[in-house]
Design a protein around this ligand. Sequence first.
Ligand SMILES: NC(=O)N[C@@H](CC(=O)O)C(=O)O
Ligand SMILES: [Zn+2]
Ligand SMILES: [Zn+2]
Length: 364
Amino acid sequence: MSVTELFGSSEAKAATPAQTLTIRRPDDWHVHLRDGAMLKAVLPFTAAQFKRGIIMPNLVPPVTSVDAASAYRERILAARPDGNDFTPLMTCYLTDSTHPDEIERGFRDGVWAAAKLYPSGATTNSHHGVTSIPKLAPVLERMEKIGMPVLVHGEATDPAVDIFDREAVFMETEMLPLLKRHQGLKVVVEHVTTAETVELVRAHAGRAAATVTPHHLIINRTSIFQGGLRPHLYCLPVAKRERHRLALRKAVTAGDGNFFIGTDTAPHLRSAKQAECCSAGVFGGATALQTYVQVFDEEGALDHFEAFASENGARFYGLPLNEGTITLEKRPCRVSPTVAVGEEDVVIFRGGEELPWSLGEVRG
Ligand SMILES: NC(=O)N[C@@H](CC(=O)O)C(=O)O
Ligand SMILES: [Zn+2]
Ligand SMILES: [Zn+2]
């Protein structure tokens, strides 16, 4: 499928866009590709924009072994459109019984790029996650020793904690003690949603970093209730107040090396979203770069976009920067509202809206 078929055509057919921005090819440090027909349907969007992606392991069953990760990587490679060079970077789903040796073996063999810590019950497909982070110490110590990053879904799981406070409570009760116990461990605070978490990450610069999603830069918690209940805007961590959205926009556009792209593109079938109990996750993968670059443009920070998109993440993970470039064009485009998956479909975040920026050419 061509980029035009995937992303829709630019509406202004005028030969020259108002502005173009050519950057080193970017990476997405937080991607849910799922499996089977869903993988086949959503991967082209991510693979058209990003050179590499950190692949989340919350499949059913979760990806907990080196063999399962290798097999999943093969399925992703096989699902790429012809000629596409997208590189999946695999992660290990940590459980109470993860063994440090399995972690080290997979990392040394180049299968694992990182391990993912889901507090048990915190989010979609996390029930096999960790029930006690202090008890995970032997695994985290090994990761610290071998330089392997831990990626954390940072939300408290006590059902008594208000859903809008779950990230804040986790940071106080779990993240700060973890950073204190493991002072040499590389920690990525995934999908940050609060001003306070931004400050926590800054205060631990060098060993802590954060991914920021496109949707948390665009919506606040009121958006979820705009004119009614909007299931396609429900994700975890749930979007917070406007002041937090503004703090996230400031954090990513400030030119600070601790923040990088992690779309948390998390497709669910429409039937799972428009349901009595709506699944958590926003499918942002199809409009990710267009959205991020729009935010940087609106904040007058296009000069900081390349670092956020294509450098900070690789540096934090200790991986080489990509070769090649992608050009972003300031001319309106409209991405399709949905993507078909078998008989069903998935609703695309900002699909059908006029977006001010379009994807241009990828080179190298
Ligand atoms: N973000 C979400 O709301 N959902 C993610 C899981 C996650 O990243 O927490 C998913 O897998 O659907
Ligand atoms: Zn998460
Ligand atoms: Zn996620």
